[in-house]
Design a binder for this molecule. Structure first.
Ligand SMILES: [Zn+2]
Length: 350
């Protein structure tokens, strides 16, 4: 293993009961089973999450938002919106999911020689659609935003970068940090797709202008397009921003076999996205916290999450799927990339 890494496991995840929903309690157990059976398991750091307090949530959410989730859970089972079910124990699990990012921040922030350089929190419910005022899109609280603001308050960090490679736009994270230059938010997502936001001209406002970066990727985009986005935009921007912590909203629902989108990323593509991110964090001398977001194909998710962890740790993993730079791809990407560069050159030296 080239880089110390590990996982934060949410033992209570099955208590967030959503029934026959794509975001369900059957997603994570096979992932964990696969990791436990892998040769690297004994070398991984394995942590349990603390629960977030309401004050941690209120750094990024309004009081009515937190109260709505709490009241919905009291009336469970019910739905917060047409996509977002809650059960009687969902609040308890959501507080642990939000706390998992904080636990991971604590572990990577200490910078101890034998500590983890990165951690992958295997959590649900996901978080990146939850806005300041709204739980939506399977998300109750914004786990990545809670972790970022916790890191700033607890460790005095002045700059945190959040890279969101979930196939859906991280509208919630964008909303929370829209006017805030202390968080650089970069989202790679399929366009058009749920929730409908994330066009390339959405760049933040006020002091935060230029610190929200959207890369709307045409449908059919695969490894080549996503790696080119990393090369041409994501990595140069993060290097220039010089964050003190990198948080990744790691949703693997851009995989070719995922039923919720039409992107063509392979398992090795996810390994490479994670590896690029971890190598960059290493170069910057900062910790990396990856938080699980989407990924809905129960058969492929274990190897995708394993690929992400292998990329973070820099170790080899057997992938059942051959990596191919040819084949899948998007003819519309080249022009789109130039358009995105045109917008971003207002703010960054690219
Ligand atoms: Zn997603």
């Amino acid at each position: 293993m080239k880089r110390n890494t590990g996982v934060v496991l949410l033992a209570e995840q099955a208590l967030h009961e959503t029934g026959a929903h794509p975001e369900n309690s059957r997603r994570l157990p096979p992932v964990i089973e696969r990791l436990r059976g892998s040769p690297e398991w004994p070398q991984l750091h394995v942590l349990e999450p603390k629960a977030a307090e309401f004050t941690d949530l209120l750094r990024v959410h309004s009081e009515p938002q937190v109260e709505l989730v709490r009241d919905s859970v009291r009336n469970a089972p019910t739905w917060i919106d047409g996509d977002t079910p809650v059960g009687p124990s969902s609040l308890e699990v959501a507080l642990k999911a939000a706390g998992a990012g904080m636990t991971a921040v604590d572990a990577v922030a200490t910078g101890e020689a034998d500590g983890p350089a990165s951690l992958f929190a295997l959590i649900r419910p996901p978080g990146h659609h939850a806005t300041t005022d709204r739980a939506m899109g399977f998300c109750l609280f914004n786990n990545a935003a809670v972790a970022a603001r916790y890191a700033r308050d607890r460790y005095g960090l002045e700059r945190v970068a959040i890279l969101d490679w979930d196939v859906h736009h991280g509208n919630g994270t964008q909303d929370i940090f829209w006017s805030d230059p202390a968080t650089l938010f970069i989202s790679l997502h399929q366009w058009p797709l749920y929730p409908g936001s994330g066009w390339l001209d959405e760049v933040g406002a006020g002091d935060g202008r230029g610190f929200t970066v959207n890369l709307p990727m045409p449908p059919g985009s695969g490894d080549r397009e996503h790696l080119e986005a990393m090369d041409r935009i994501v990595e140069p921007l993060i290097e220039a921003y010089r964050p003190e912590l990198l948080i990744v909203s790691a949703g693997q629902d851009g995989h070719a076999a995922d039923q919720l989108a039409s992107q063509m990323i392979t398992a090795e593509g996810y390994m490479l996205l994670a590896e690029r991110s971890a190598v960059m964090a290493d170069r910057l001398g900062i910790g990396l916290v990856a938080l699980h977001e989407g990924g809905y194909n129960l058969e492929t998710l274990p190897q995708l999450d394993h690929s992400v962890l292998a990329g973070l740790g820099g170790y080899e993993v057997d992938l059942e799927e051959p990596f191919s730079l040819s084949g899948a791809g998007s003819a519309a990407w080249k022009e789109r990339l130039e358009e995105i560069l045109g917008v971003q050159r207002q703010f960054w030296d690219l």
